[in-house]
Design a protein. Sequence first.
Length: 310
Amino acid sequence: MKALLQRAYGMPDVLELTEVDTPTPGPGEVLVRVRAASINAADWFIMTGKPYIMRLAFGASRPKVQIRGRDVAGTVEAIGVGVTRFTIGDRVIAECETGSLAEFAVVAERSLAHAPVTTALQALTEAAVVTAGQRVLVNGASGGVGTFAVQIAVALGAEVTAVCSARNAAQAAELGAHRVIDYAATDFTAESERYDVVLDLVGNHPLRALRGTLNERGALVLSSGAGSAVFGPIGRLLRGSVYNLFVRQRVVAFVGASTVERLDRLTQLINAGSVTPRIEASFPLADGVAAMQRFGREHARSKIVVTVAE
């Protein structure tokens, strides 16, 4: 099969479209014929190997898993022993560990859901538990996670403030944001407005300033890879944990993880018309390097997608 392979850490030119063996699903696993995959911040961090501390988990000199990509949408091609929830031909979505920028990917059955990242759903319904009537601010509202976050918060009945660039303001308003702030013109942390939940997807403000935007019992959800070249966001997350010992506000260090239940709930929102996936650009697998370059070069307006099969 064709796959976008990475044999060393670096910028997008370390990626190479090449032929590799098609994986075989083991017990409890499913082989998915990939139709499309999206590019996420995690793909960029693993590709570059920065922050360097990530290499302790992903490989010292090169990544252990050499095919990039995590989000996947496609059809079931084969099933392993013990798989009961899916049959060949089913349309599915998942987050895979073997890499989705390829013609095929192996996914554990427990991570697979029937099709209609997300991180946004988990952050707003579990980390922060957003409820109707609350005031929610999304910092980084135009990216892949941010566009979902705005829609999900609106669907939960919250009053949403979206922080993004001026060129993405119209999109944020279209997604349902009650107010849109251009980060280049206005520093939302300097305003007097207070929120029940702040979802920080950027990491461009000090924790003290972000806490200042919360009400007395508000929740700050940190979901950004920004930080030092060596330790990334770890120092920021640790400081957030210390704050929790002394204040009534909650600082939540959040890392997204897909489960069948979360994917099914997201599918319900999509089927109901409450959430619509937004795609900024689409590239064929042969242009996967260009897709990664665009992701790193620009502030993405929603998702950048790599299509793999017709």
